[in-house]
Design a protein around this ligand. Structure first.
Ligand code: NAP
Length: 313
């Protein structure tokens, strides 16, 4: 993309055909972002794209692709590279993910591959594809429009502000205005990433621990270039992925609203945070998990005979 071209601020959301990804798409459209929506179910993406265009007047492209498939992944990587005429991606939300239910010994190897292929391989490849262009643009912007330090601090969102939006797209497209605002990646992991063991969700839990560790490492590499990488660790959210969990009769406090997941994580990303756990109960649980010795946790799981801790489909 030529540096002089002006495009609206643009986000890509993977797994936008349902659940948390659909909520990311709505909230970003509401803030004026043009969108590229990725998932396998083309009909659902097209329906959502039409609705968001009508409601918010933003450009929305449905990009059906199977991220577990080499051709699908390559097509999305190609869109993420900042080398064509299309609007560069200011925010990549790596949200697509899948779980599995059952002990490892009983799992179909193809299901194992599917979880790793989507949760780990695709997320790494898409992050790798988008970063070089983001780094180039962030560095170019820093040279063209160096911001006074006091303004950067003053514009930081107030971390405790209840449900406040940290930013508007402020794009150079239909809504006019100068291209500004953060550039980077938001990776959706899970609070399972903090668990010292995830029986019943072995591969899922380990895949999310990978996403967390990977995101933190990339965040350190990208920060000096002005690119923010944030990992979000949601607890249980009522979506298609947790239908079985929703039938277990857990108290309401066990679930966090998808709206909260999206709003808190976008706010954290805009503030340059490297990790966020949405919702107070899970923030507290996350704090506890960081101090409880792993062996104590595993002994308790064994003693209580807990057979299922991860997300299942
Ligand atoms: N729900 C929870 O309790 C919870 C908790 C922590 C973390 N998370 C994470 O949040 C993310 C979103 O999950 P969700 O709860 O919103 O579940 P969901 O409603 O089942 O959404 C999963 C999304 O991923 C897409 N997807 C699945 N396989 C794909 C593939 N091969 N290629 C492209 N897209 C694919 C699905 O679309 P298509 O089927 O149309 O492809 C769908 O849009 C996941 O990463 C999940 O691990 C969820």
């Amino acid at each position: 993309m030529s540096g002089s071209q002006r495009h609206p601020r643009t986000a890509m959301v993977t797994g936008a055909s349902s659940g948390i990804g659909e909520e990311y798409a709505r909230r970003l459209a509401e803030r004026g972002f043009a969108l590229v929506l990725v998932a396998r179910r083309a009909d659902r993406l097209e329906r959502l794209a039409a609705e968001l265009r009508a409601d918010y007047g933003v450009d929305v492209t449905a990009m059906p692709a199977d991220l577990g498939d080499e051709d699908g992944l390559a097509a999305v990587e190609s869109r993420l590279r900042d080398d064509g005429d299309a609007a560069p991606i200011d925010l990549l939300v790596n949200n697509a993910g899948r779980g599995h239910g059952g002990d490892l010994a009983d799992l179909d190897p193809a299901a194992i591959d599917a979880v790793i292929g989507l949760n780990v391989r695709a997320l790494v490849r898409l992050t790798r594809a988008v970063l070089p262009g983001q780094i180039r643009r962030a560095e170019r912007r820093a040279v063209e429009r160096p911001e006074p330090a006091e303004r950067r601090v003053a514009e930081r969102p107030e971390p405790s502000a209840p449900r406040a939006w940290p930013f508007r797209a402020g794009g150079g497209g239909k809504r006019g205005g100068e291209r500004s605002g953060p550039i980077g990646v938001l990776n959706v992991a899970s609070v399972a990433a903090l668990l010292p063991a995830s029986p019943g969700g072995t591969v899922y839990g380990a895949s999310k621990a990978f996403v967390r560790s990977f995101s933190h490492s990339v965040a350190v590499e990208a920060a000096p270039h002005g690119v923010t990488v944030t990992v979000v660790l949601p607890g249980y959210v009522r979506t298609d992925m947790t239908v079985a969990v929703q039938r277990m009769g857990l108290p309401g406090i066990a679930f966090v609203d998808k709206e909260r997941v999206v709003v808190e994580s976008l706010r954290a990303w805009a503030a340059g945070a490297s990790e966020v756990i949405p919702g107070m109960p899970y923030k507290a649980a996350g704090g506890l998990l960081r101090v409880v010795p792993g062996e104590l946790f595993r002994q308790a799981v064994r003693r209580l005979g807990i057979r299922r801790m991860g997300n299942g489909e």
